[in-house]
Every structure is written in structure tokens, then in C-alpha cells.
Design a protein around this ligand. Sequence first.
Ligand code: FE
Length: 191
Amino acid sequence: MTEHDDLPVAARVRRLEERLIEAGLASDAEIDEFLSRLYAEADPVNGARMVARAWTDPEYRSRLLSDGNAAAAELGFGWMNYQLRVVANSTVLHNVIVCTLCSCYPVSLLGPSPGWYKSFAYRSRTVREPRAVLAEFGVSLDADVSVSVWDSTSEARYMVLPVRPAGTESLGLDELARLVTLNGLIGTALV
Ligand code: FE
């Protein structure tokens, strides 16, 4: 028994799993396999590797922006049951992602979502006053930089492609990937 077993949400999840199994939509083993894979492999390093590749390979970058799922699959991240849309920051545009309804987010590429991503304050304020929210995260944008807010759903989820920092020309893929933070992939940091 884990410390979470007595939480109401744990009971709800168990009932949901039972319904899926009863309806023949998934077997117990399939659910277990999916969850173990998710826990073992879901990590923001995955998204960071895609970003580093896009920074160094213009053709990968255009494939990433036109078909996120295919570009993720190229690097071995091919098991997403939603449409992945990658939105690129530039000197004149900053993107930030949110799920106003709940907490949708590309978990397999970004790892478990931070607590604040699921908070009512982040979900409601990011659409109303994105610049103020970004400033609280330490992202201050020039007045001539537009902000695009992307509202995720269970079908379409977003990842931000940050701008490659200046002075990183000599870095290799692994070093570049280490520069990319989870907040950078959400848009609440510049990289
Ligand atoms: Fe959601």
C-alpha cells in the first residue's frame, strides 16, 4: 500500500481502470505496460533533445514544426495518442502553453507536469494576462515581442521550441540539450 492509496483520486482511477477493462478497451496488462513505460521514459530530456536537434539541423526543424509526432518518432518518441504541435519562439514572438480546462500537456516529452501548471491561477491568468505571468517567472519581454498562448486539449498538445542562446555555436547536441529547461519547453523560461 502506498501513501496515495487512500486518496479519493486513487479510488477514482481504480474505478476508471476497471471500467476500461470491463468494456474491453484495454487489459490490465496493457494499462500496466503503458504506465511503466510512461514512468520510465517520460522526461523533459526528450523534449530537450528534439530542441537541440532542431537548433542544429534546419531540415529537422521544419519537419518538427510541420509534423511534431513524426519528428518525435524520428528520435524514438513515437507513442503519443494526441497531436503534437511544436511552436517556435523567435526574436518577435514568444509562445507559452497552458491547459485552461485541466492540465493537458505532452507528458512523454516533458515529464510529469509541475504543480503550478495544474493550478487554477496559472490556467486562468495565462490567457488573461500572459505578460504578467511570464514576468513572475522571470521572463521579461520587450514591448515589440508578441505573445501567443496555446491552449492544450486532450487531442492537441503543444511544446515550445525556444530560441537558441547566443554564444552556443561550438556546443554539441548533448551540451545544447542540457541548456533546455522544462520551463523553456512550456514557455515560462526563455530556454
Ligand atoms: Fe487538460
